[in-house]
Design a protein around this ligand. Structure first.
Ligand SMILES: [Zn+2]
Length: 409
């Protein structure tokens, strides 16, 4: 019954979209406001006390029995990527709410309050801000973000005002670390490992370290017909070697994923030797040192290719995020809850970023992944099974009941 409600509510949020026929719910849009309103209504029906913070996050509190006890934060985000899927985000919010509804139906309270969080922005697609919603709670909101503009030229500050949020009050959204017990989030896996293992849930070990760079290779443009092969400084041929070096870094080291996702060539003519090639790399690994070693190997390839081909290579680091380990104590609680359902415990590193990356600065964090069909996410084809959700609700409830009072670091 609970799992069916979660599935139905996830589906009911589809109508809150910027583009009919798709699920497109970016930060501070009327579509997101509609989804937040809908979820707030469900929270109130369940007897939760709701509030909105300065960036527009929705938090519904289910009170505990011990006065002043730090709160368990749980939930996920309600924003989506353009033409995204139904479950990335809403599943975590509505599952957390469902667990609270079970407790409420039995008139049962835990020692600590449970704050069901529906973050207003995790995907960062409108302003390129990282975890805007949870960053505010963690006291990591960067005031410079307020001046950023979206593709229509709307400044974040103005979008927040139109959304009923309070750009100047963001600092007040930050929670005191002593008021928070932990963050626990259920999220779809966004990868194929659970499906391959034929297991509904996995316990997340952490969020991978990740570095992104822009690389500009400069050679000399020239006539494709008249410039001899031995005199060329072909920027694209050099970039091609480096693209393969990135792929090799991924293949040579277990656990590294390395991607060149963009590549542009200038001047870009069928009869012109490329004078400049610009590409990006995205390299990730669960361990900071292993990632650093792979990047050092790539740097060596850059030096070699630049020398051999007499091209200039300029690297700019666009972002460098350290690995975020999930809390060992919380992982043990989740693992015990999974075992209590007679399921094997599958440990998974998260390849994607999540709100836990912002919230680990505030409190211990942990995540559960739920299998999704084909590992597909950020796509309308996103699909999960109701029976898996039923297992997830049991596991979450078991974990909430068995949180160590000293979960705080
Ligand atoms: Zn997500």
């Amino acid at each position: 019954m609970n799992a069916a409600t979660v599935m139905a509510r996830c589906a009911a949020l589809d109508v809150h979209t910027e583009v009919p026929g798709t699920i497109t719910r970016r930060y501070a849009t009327p579509a997101l406001a509609g989804a937040l309103r809908e979820v707030e209504g469900w929270m109130r029906e369940a007897g939760l006390e709701t509030r909105r913070d300065a960036v527009g996050n929705l938090v519904g509190r289910y009170a505990g029995t011990v006065a002043g006890a730090p709160a368990l934060l749980t939930g996920s985000h309600l924003d989506s990527v353009p033409d995204g899927g139904r479950y990335d985000g809403p599943l975590g919010v509505l599952s957390a709410l469902s667990v609270v509804e079970r407790l409420a139906a039995r008139g049962e309270r835990l020692a600590f309050p449970i704050d069901v969080c529906a973050f207003a922005d995790e995907e960062s697609v409108r302003y390129g801000t990282t975890y805007l919603g949870s960053s505010a709670l963690a006291g990591r909101f960067d005031a410079e973000w307020l001046e950023r503009r979206d593709q229509d030229g709307v400044a974040l500050r103005d979008a927040m005002t139109a959304f009923g949020a309070d750009a100047d009050g963001v600092a007040e959204a930050a929670l005191a670390p002593r008021s928070v017990l932990a963050w626990i989030e259920l999220h779809i896996e966004q990868g194929p490992r659970l499906e391959r293992a034929d297991v509904p849930l996995g316990v997340v070990t952490g969020i991978q370290a990740q570095e992104r760079r822009r690389i500009i290779v400069t050679g000399t443009a020239g006539h494709a017909g008249t410039t001899p092969m031995d005199g060329r400084r072909d920027a694209l041929a050099a970039a091609a070697e480096l693209v393969l070096a990135v792929e090799r870094a991924g293949r040579d080291t277990n656990g590294i994923v390395a991607t060149v996702g963009t590549l542009s060539v200038e001047p870009g003519g069928i009869n012109v030797i490329p004078g400049r090639a610009t590409f990006t790399i995205d390299v990730r690994h669960p361990d900071d040192d292993t990632l650093a070693a792979a990047l050092t190997e790539f740097d060596a390839a850059v030096t070699r290719v630049a020398g051999e081909r007499r091209v200039e290579v300029l690297q700019t680091v666009l972002s460098a995020d350290r690995a975020v380990p999930c809390d060992e104590g919380l992982r043990a609680v989740l693992a015990a809850a999974v075992r209590a359902r007679s399921l094997p415990v599958i440990d998974l590193a998260s390849g994607a970023g999540h709100d836990a990356a912002a919230l680990h600065r505030l409190c211990p964090v942990a995540m559960l992944f739920l299998r999704c069909a084909g590992g597909v996410s950020h796509n309308p084809a996103e699909s999960i099974e109701e029976c898996d959700v039923a297992v997830a609700l049991d596991v979450l409830e078991h974990a909430f009941r068995n949180l160590p009072p000293g979960a705080r670091r």
